[in-house]
Design a protein around this ligand. Structure first.
Ligand SMILES: [Zn+2]
Length: 84
């Protein structure tokens, strides 16, 4: 990075585009995306997002689908009897 940025954090790459509210929302989402989550297979906290809705555990290699930004969405929790 050559340019210095003020307090823009993760969304700094968007520059002044899209408005500050939208950039803050994106920063929030990206924070969630980059977190590691607990694996439903081995219970290790090593699940990372592969792409939108696809999650992979680096411990046991389990690949599963989930929400676009977090592995388990509120919707999925509500319909527990449906196989995820
Ligand atoms: Zn696992």
């Amino acid at each position: 990075m050559s340019k210095k940025t003020k307090k823009a954090g993760l969304s700094a790459r968007f520059g002044a585009r899209y408005g500050v509210r939208l950039r803050r929302q994106i920063a929030e989402i990206e924070k969630k995306v980059k977190q590691k989550y607990t694996c439903p297979g081995c219970n290790y906290k090593s699940v990372k997002r592969v792409s939108s809705g696809i999650w992979k555990c680096s411990k046991c290699g389990l690949v599963f689908t989930g929400g676009a930004y977090v592995p388990v969405t509120q919707m999925a929790k509500e319909r527990k009897n449906v196989q995820i």
